[in-house]
Design a protein around this ligand. Structure first.
Ligand code: PBG
Length: 337
């Protein structure tokens, strides 16, 4: 017990915020948000071949995997209770071209992986991206004509690619290429092909960001990219524009929304959740992951604690879940508790 001091009592009256913080049990009782394994989506990188797991230098602890290894990883993730994977292919350079035509190949790397994962691990969700950047020789997310990433032609192609992805077993199509009208076009194409139950998670607010660097190394688009993506991604300065862009995706039939990158855009997470009430996800992107890993490797921060704190911050900001390269680490951590 403390001695009474009139000065503090005069200021606080009977109010003491610290009463609820006084013990572990009170803190647990009043905790507003919790991170659960059900909140996690694990992005994985695919390479052609068999039996290969290769590290990505800028993302310590993250690997590129052949389809057989991805199936093993999917099993492990499902055993830990992770609800879904998001797959990203590192397409062979010979297969990349101006229009990203390999995205329309029925048996391309991403579709082979979906089919194999769904066959071996039917209870894990598979989320696939239809952006063209893994398939184009210039690293852009759409078709390049002259100096322009052409909108409508790209939309037609990604809608066709979405149908092949659904045919292969994808449960949710997550288009990240930020063309106008893509959500409606993909919904239309999926329905016409009988894929009414395949959902759409829109990368509704994807910002022009320097946080994507390590990802571009992971799928080998960094060296290819000509110019930048400012003509189709959102300016990091703009919050209201992001809400308007998401509103169009909601109108066009998005089932879920995503904000990308994550931590620097928590205000957007909150605004979208408040405005639309749709299931809302954040993508803690490669640069966010790399920063935490690098600082932890130097002993400058406690990596595990920072990882958990960032993920909880997404929950507090209104997110229903997080795409994170930490998914397996977090799932193991939560399983131990
Ligand atoms: C592009 C795409 C990007 C990411 C996933 N798909 C961004 C980009 O290369 O411009 C980034 C993911 C990450 O950084 O973790 N469609």
């Amino acid at each position: 017990m403390e001695n009474k001091t009139h000065l503090v009592d005069e200021i606080t009256g009977h109010r003491r915020m610290r009463r609820n913080r006084k013990a572990d049990w009170t803190r647990r009782l009043v905790q507003e948000n919790r991170l659960a394994v059900d909140d996690l989506i694990w992005p994985i990188f695919l390479i052609p071949g068999t039996g290969i797991v290769e590290p990505i230098p800028a993302m310590p602890g993250v690997n590129r995997m052949t389809v057989d290894k991805a199936v093993e990883a999917a099993k492990e993730a499902a055993d830990l209770g992770i609800p879904a994977l998001a797959t990203f292919p590192n397409i062979e350079m010979e297969l990349r071209d101006e229009t990203g035509s390999n995205s329309l190949e029925k048996n391309n790397l991403i579709n082979l992986a979906s089919a194999a994962i769904k066959k071996a691990v039917p209870n894990i969700g598979v989320i696939t991206d239809v952006a063209l950047d893994p398939f184009t020789s210039h690293g852009h997310d759409g078709i390049l004509r002259g100096n322009e990433i052409v909108n409508d032609e790209t939309v037609e192609q990604v809608a066709r690619a979405a149908v092949y992805q659904a045919d292969a077993g994808a449960d949710i199509i997550a288009p990240s290429e930020m063309m106008d009208g893509r959500i409606g076009a993909i919904r239309h194409a999926l329905d016409a092909a009988g894929h009414q139950s395949v959902g759409i998670m829109s990368y509704a607010t994807k910002f022009t960001s320097a946080f994507y660097g390590p990802y571009r190394e992971a799928i080998s688009t960094g060296g290819l990219l000509k110019g930048d993506k400012k003509t189709y991604y959102i300016d990091p300065a703009n919050g209201t524009e992001a809400v308007r862009d998401a509103a169009l995706d909601v109108e066009e039939g998005a089932d879920m929304l995503m904000v990308k990158p994550g931590l620097p855009y928590l205000d957007i997470c909150w605004r979208l959740k408040e405005a639309f009430g749709l299931p809302t996800f954040a993508y803690q992107v490669s640069g966010e992951y790399a920063m935490i890993k690098a600082a932890a490797a130097n002993g400058w921060i406690d990596g595990d604690k920072v990882m958990l704190e960032t993920l909880l911050a997404f929950k507090r900001a209104g997110c229903d879940g997080i795409l994170t390269y930490f998914a397996m680490d977090v799932a193991r951590h939560l399983a131990k508790k």
